[in-house]
Design a protein around this ligand. Structure first.
Ligand SMILES: [Zn+2]
Length: 170
């Protein structure tokens, strides 16, 4: 999520909502498989493995290019999707490819710590975004409202995704 906002700061042409979805895409793919009753094994192979993330990144970039002729923007969109997977390798453990090893540092597994670190990344992304604004707008209210809104969306998505998985038991 923080990467989404940072990316928006770097390239304002890409809508922020699109980048927010891109930054959570592998988790939404997970939830979609879960609701469809598909239980891939090992968990995450269809959403977080290297080929899956590459496909999702490509899909997001192509979706973006439908609306915008912007090759650099496509790369940024793909990078935001990939940043999600890199974050997960850092914080959890994810499959690499079918039959491949599981990799990940499992740096933290508790949702609260997860949230604190994500909030830090959001703050960093927000800082980059804020610096992309003209001086006179940097301390205006919408800039701070945006930061609050992103954190609320992050909390909402975390709760929704963990509840969905709990209800469907996947
Ligand atoms: Zn994930």
């Amino acid at each position: 999520m923080g990467f989404a906002l940072g990316a928006h700061g770097i390239r304002r042409a890409i809508p922020l909502w699109f980048l927010v979805i891109a930054s959570q895409l592998p988790d939404w793919a997970d939830a979609a498989f879960c609701f469809a009753g598909i239980r891939p094994s090992p968990q995450g192979i269809l959403s977080h493995s290297i080929p899956a993330v590459a496909l999702l990144a490509l899909g997001a970039a192509v979706a973006y290019s439908v609306a915008h002729r912007d090759p650099a923007g496509m790369l940024i969109v793909a990078a935001v999707v990939i940043s999600h997977a890199l974050g997960d390798y850092f914080t959890g453990i994810k499959p690499t490819w079918a039959g491949g090893p599981m990799i990940g540092l499992q740096f933290y597994r508790r949702p609260v710590i997860d949230f604190v670190i994500e909030a830090g990344v959001i703050l960093g992304g927000w800082w980059i975004y804020r610096r992309s604004l003209p001086e006179s707008r940097r301390t205006t209210e919408p800039v701070f409202t945006l930061l609050g809104a992103l954190i609320v969306i992050q909390i909402g998505a975390d709760i929704f995704l963990s509840l969905a998985k709990g209800i469907r038991k996947c």
